[in-house]
Design a protein around this ligand. Structure first.
Ligand code: NG6
Ligand code: CA
Length: 505
């Protein structure tokens, strides 16, 4: 903070002081508007970090964040897949309230209403510069997007001053970076076309031209081939703009560092959304073979490295002590998510979900309970917290932190838990996995009867579906091995009623 006061001079300092909360002695607490960074991984599981108990790989840079801040044992994404979790993170609204909040194709229109309050919009009312670097996956444009023109609305219309993104996922077309609302490095003489229904005449696909692929598809992922990797969706043209999969981590890191450097004079919010360890796992050659767990482990080490470099930048710029960092993941882990990439074969004794049951796509704990930590050097006391916290709460919590009165519909102010001043987080949380919901309340989880298979065979993950109620007590059974629905009828009744009161069923 001092650096900023000195560098900005009294005028801005006083302007901040006006809206900053006062401490008991009446002194202005000058820490009310720290920079805020959300470092968000894609499909990183509860057991994927050494600080969360992994023994087969070591993540020293992320561990340092965890050990220097609050490490949550009950930190959740709202959902077991990407789009809904990111929707909740940015809007403070449960994704199951919006029926379109499900895994989106690369051609989907923008999911967030441009009139909707969002985390970056709220922070802009408090004087923040806002940026996103990395994975978006919340739809772009109006559904008729011309990828050669202005791709709008998108992140810049829902609160971000700056955006440098990949549209959907690394395994979906278009495989190009988008800077603000334009495809980066696009040659106008080589226009891009994208379609999720049909291929373009004469263009090879993973299905028909396996000889052109360097990574083999296992399920899905057999449409257009880019950089030898068969993707989801068809795409043509835009050769000069195609991203390089193996330098993606470096590329996003440089953009994130540049955003920090050019915005350090005023409070900034950066949503740094890394692509690892989602498929296709394409570690830079520097990391190939480093983990011994195959590409999935290697890209986790690559992400850890990038985060270490990013933290160094905050330190070198003299703003580490004035930056609140939240680290988390959008959903739980999966090994084979559609490519033969040795994730299963080389997993060995690694437990991506830690002690939890299920994984990505699952209503069991491993779907949504993820690594979650808050770090603010010099302000947050290092500790481990069992408070129940969720990414949907960041909007209201950051509003409380920065002096805004804005609240998200489902977003609770859990700022004291985030800052390690209280062990009290939310009392309850609705969890979602591919459109199905469950309730966590206190240390109990109730999963109502859901139709559908108990196992997704292609990814070998239990869905949590059962034709009857499930009730688990996490304090004694974190791995959800013992269904207490018949043994605890009163508890079940209470949970079912409470759940119905929220989801209206
Ligand atoms: C699924 C893909 C999976 C992954 C997921 C999205 C198939 C068969 N599977 O449809 O590979 O891309 O969507 O993951 O296509 S998420 O983390 O962005 O939600
Ligand atoms: Ca994900």
């Amino acid at each position: 903070m001092f650096t900023r006061i000195l560098s900005l001079g009294m005028a801005i300092c006083l302007a901040w002081a006006c809206s900053a909360p006062k401490s008991e002695e009446g002194n202005v607490e000058t820490t009310a508007k720290p920079n805020i960074v959300i470092i968000y991984l894609d499909d990183l599981g509860y057991g994927d970090l050494s600080v969360y108990g992994a023994t087969q790989l070591s993540t020293p840079n992320i561990d340092k964040i965890a050990k220097g801040g609050v490490r949550f044992t009950s930190g959740y994404a709202t959902s077991a897949t990407c789009t809904p979790s990111r929707y909740a993170l940015l809007t403070g609204v449960y994704p199951w309230r919006n029926e379109d909040a499900k895994i989106l194709p690369g051609t989907a229109p923008l999911l967030i209403d441009t009139a909707q309050m969002t985390l970056p919009k709220m922070l802009k009312t408090q004087g923040y510069s806002t940026g996103i670097v990395g994975k978006w996956h919340l739809g772009l444009g109006d559904g008729q997007t011309d990828w050669n023109g202005s791709i709008s609305p998108g992140p810049n219309q829902v609160g971000f001053d700056y955006s440098y993104i990949l549209a959907a996922t690394q395994d979906r077309v278009p495989t190009v970076y988008i800077h603000n609302d334009r495809v980066d490095q696009l040659d106008p003489n080589d226009p891009i076309e994208v379609d999720y229904q049909k291929n373009y005449d004469g263009e090879p696909t993973g299905k028909d031209n396996p000889e052109l692929t360097t990574m083999k598809w296992h399920h899905g992922h057999n449409n257009s081939i880019v950089n030898g990797i068969p993707r989801i969706g068809f795409m043509k043209g835009g050769k000069a703009a195609l991203w390089n999969d193996t330098t993606m981590a470096d590329h996003f890191l440089v953009k994130a560092q540049a955003f920090v450097k050019s915005n350090k004079e005023k409070p900034f919010f950066l949503y740094y959304a890394l692509q690892q360890p989602h498929v296709p796992r394409t570690p830079n050659p520097r990391f190939v073979g480093k983990s011994g767990l195959g590409p999935r482990g290697d890209v986790i080490l690559e992400a850890d490295w990038a985060i270490g470099e990013f933290m160094k930048t905050l330190e070198e710029e003299g703003i580490l002590e004035n930056t609140l960092i939240i680290f988390s993941s959008d959903n739980g882990p999966v090994l084979n998510d559609g490519y033969y990439d040795d994730a299963v074969e080389k997993n060995g004794a690694h437990t991506p979900a830690g002690p939890l049951r299920g994984g990505k796509y699952s209503l069991f704990e491993a779907g949504t309970r993820v690594p979650f930590m808050a770090y603010w050097k010099g302000t947050i006391e290092p500790q481990v917290s069992d408070a129940l916290v969720c990414q949907v709460d960041l909007l209201s919590s950051f509003a409380a932190l920065t002096g805004s009165t804005i609240e998200g519909q489902d977003s609770e102010d859990i700022l004291d838990a985030l800052l390690g001043k209280s062990e009290k987080g939310r009392e309850s949380l609705i969890l979602e996995a591919t459109g199905r919901t469950a309730l966590r309340k206190g240390d109990w989880v109730m999963i109502p009867p859901h139709k559908g298979s108990p196992l997704i065979q292609s990814v070998n993950i239990e869905t949590g579906n059962l034709g009857e109620y499930q009730l688990y007590q996490l304090s004694t059974d974190v791995s959800q091995a013992k269904n207490l629905a018949s043994a605890e009828p009163e508890k079940l009744k209470e949970m079912v009623q409470f759940y119905g009161g929220i989801v209206g069923k």
